[in-house]
Write a protein that binds this ligand. Structure first.
Ligand code: PGA
Length: 254
C-alpha cells in the first residue's frame, strides 16, 4: 500500500520568520497525523529555520530546486549536499515554472534526478502538459516523454522511492483543477510507462501526486481515485489552516 504524500510548495513566498512561524503552527496542529506523509518546501533561505522547527517531527522538509553538482563554481546555485545538511529529505525537480521560466530541459532534469538519488534526497519530479497540448490531445505523449527522458538511466531501486507530481500547467495557480477522472487517466498512463521501463512491481511502488489548484474542497475527490497518491499544493498551502484541511482529507483508502 502506498502511503499518501501531501507536499506544500510555497514557491517564492514567505520570509524566513513567516516560514518558521508556519512550521511552528503546523507542527502542533498536525502532530497526530501519521497516515499521510507531510512535506513542506520553503524557499532556500528559510530551510535552516524551518528545519530547526521540524527536526524530529512527523513533518518532512523539501527544497524547490537544486543544482546537480555537489559543489563548485556555479554562482547562485544550491547543491544537494547543502540541502541534506539543512535536513531536507525531498527536493522538487522540474517544476513547470522551472521548465518554463528558466528553460530547464528534460536533460537537465535527468541530471538533477540522478544527483538527488545519489545524495539520498527523494525527488518529487514534476510533469504535465500545456493547455494547447491538452486541447490537441497530446497530453499522454507529452507526459510520457517527460517521464522517459527525466528518468533515463536510473535504476529500479531508485525508481521505487520516487515521487512523481502530475501537474497540468493549465491548472497551476488558475483555480482550474483537473477532474479526478482526467487526472486518474494520466496517472494510470504514468504508471504504465514506469512499468514498461522497469516492471509492474516497481511501478506499483511509485507515488504519483496530483498538483494544480488543489484546495480543501477538491482534495477529497482526487484522493478517492485509486492511482492518485497525494497532492503537490501551491496557493492553498500558504495558509496553515487550509493546508491542514488538505492533509486531513477524508481518505477512504487509509
Ligand atoms: P497551485 O500550485 O496549487 O497554486 O496551483 C501547484 C504547484 O505549482 O505545485
Amino acid at each position: 500500500m502506498r502511503k499518501p504524500i501531501i507536499a506544500a510548495n510555497w514557491k517564492m513566498n514567505k520570509t524566513v520568520s513567516e516560514a518558521a512561524e508556519f512550521a511552528r503552527e503546523l507542527k502542533d496542529l498536525a502532530k497526530d497525523i501519521f497516515s499521510v506523509e507531510i512535506v513542506v518546501c520553503p524557499p532556500f533561505i528559510a530551510l535552516g529555520a524551518v528545519g530547526e522547527v521540524l527536526r524530529n517531527t512527523n513533518i518532512r522538509m523539501g527544497a524547490q530546486n537544486m543544482h546537480w553538482e555537489k559543489s563548485g563554481a556555479f554562482t547562485g546555485e544550491i547543491s544537494p549536499v547543502m540541502l541534506r545538511d539543512l535536513g531536507c529529505r525531498f527536493v522538487i525537480i522540474g517544476h513547470s515554472e522551472r521548465r518554463g521560466y528558466f528553460q530547464e530541459t528534460n536533460k537537465d532534469i535527468n541530471k538533477k534526478m540522478k544527483s538527488a538519488f545519489s545524495f539520498n534526497l527523494t525527488p518529487i519530479m514534476c510533469v504535465g502538459e500545456k493547455l494547447e497540448e491538452r486541447e490537441s490531445k497530446s497530453t499522454l505523449k507529452v507526459v510520457e516523454k517527460q517521464i522517459k527522458e527525466g528518468l533515463a538511466e536510473i535504476g529500479k531501486e531508485e525508481i521505487k522511492s520516487l515521487v512523481v507530481a502530475y501537474e497540468p500547467i493549465w491548472a497551476i495557480g488558475t483555480g482550474k483543477t483537473a477532474t479526478p477522472a482526467d487526472a486518474s487517466e494520466v496517472h494510470a498512463h504514468i504508471r504504465s510507462v514506469l512499468s514498461s521501463m522497469h516492471d509492474s512491481e516497481t511501478a506499483q511502488q511509485v507515488r504519483i501526486q496530483y498538483g494544480g489548484s488543489v484546495t480543501p474542497e477538491s482534495v477529497g475527490g482526487l484522493m478517492k481515485e485509486e492511482g492518485i497518491d497525494g497532492a503537490l499544493v501551491g496557493g492553498a498551502s500558504l495558509n496553515v489552516n487550509s493546508f491542514l484541511k488538505i492533509i486531513q482529507f477524508n481518505n477512504s483508502r487509509v
